[in-house]
Design a protein around this ligand. Structure first.
Ligand SMILES: N[C@@H](CCC(=O)N[C@@H](CS)C(=O)NCC(=O)O)C(=O)O
Length: 223
């Protein structure tokens, strides 16, 4: 049995979705974020030293890092579905997007989240204008332009094919869902980028996506 260590409202929702697409039975071990810090509870460190989600266990093996998990599950249980054929141009694109999601798209979105928190954090009244000015400057000069560059890039790529790796839906689309949902929720993604919005509408309509939401619950990134 595959066990998914799942944190509410997090990246691990994608793993549940893939397992629903694969039609594999799985067990969820659910962890709740600390309401103040949003961090995972310390128990997750007993599963993996970084204490982050997702982590899966199967046949005595423990695996962290969403891209590695998605690729492993799709290759092991997909019977040729969700991973383009070895050596094909689509396979290279699949690998690219699988890494791009966490390696390139997420960092500026995470920075935006952190600087927003700094802007709204409790602090002595005299420090507030300084903290706000630093956060505003970081947003304006670096973070927002970076996010826009990535959104323009992704919008352009979806003009080449319906899905990120090509004409077929693949596990790379599942991996790409999180940065796009985060961008819709807090990164300025809206109808001005119609292909990305249509991508979100297409994935949200998939029955497996909806089943995963029912099982995982509490996923508020949806824009
Ligand atoms: N690059 C990692 C990121 C893992 C990660 O940061 N997970 C978040 C969930 S969205 C987490 O566990 N946050 C809680 C914490 O850091 O305590 C992956 O894709 O798996």
């Amino acid at each position: 049995m595959i066990v998914v260590h799942h944190l509410n409202n997090s990246r691990s929702q994608r793993v549940l979705w893939l397992l629903e697409e694969l039609g594999r039975p799985y067990e969820i071990k659910l962890y709740q974020r600390n309401a103040q810090t949003m961090l995972a509870p310390p128990e997750l460190r007993q599963v993996h030293p970084l204490g982050k989600s997702p982590v899966i266990e199967e046949d005595g093996m423990t695996l962290a890092e969403s891209g590695a998990i998605i690729d492993y599950l799709a290759q092991r249980h997909g019977a040729g579905r969700f991973v383009p054929a070895n050596g094909s141009p689509e396979r290279l694109r699949y690998t690219y997007w699988l890494h791009y999601a966490e390696g390139s798209a997420m960092p500026p979105l995470l920075l935006k989240l952190i600087f927003n928190r700094i802007r709204n954090a409790k602090m002595p009244f005299f420090a507030r204008p300084i903290a706000k000015a630093i956060a505003n400057n970081a947003m304006k000069s670096f973070i927002d332009p970076q996010i826009n560059t990535h959104l323009d890039f992704m919008e352009g790529e979806l003009g080449k094919s319906e899905w990120f790796a090509g004409d077929q839906f693949s596990a790379a689309d599942i991996q790409m869902s999180f940065p796009l949902e985060a961008a819709a929720a807090r990164g300025g993604l809206n109808e001005s980028r119609p292909r990305l919005m249509a991508f979100l509408a297409r994935i949200h309509a998939r029955p497996a996506y909806q089943r995963a939401l029912e099982r995982g619950g509490d996923y508020q990134l949806l824009g």
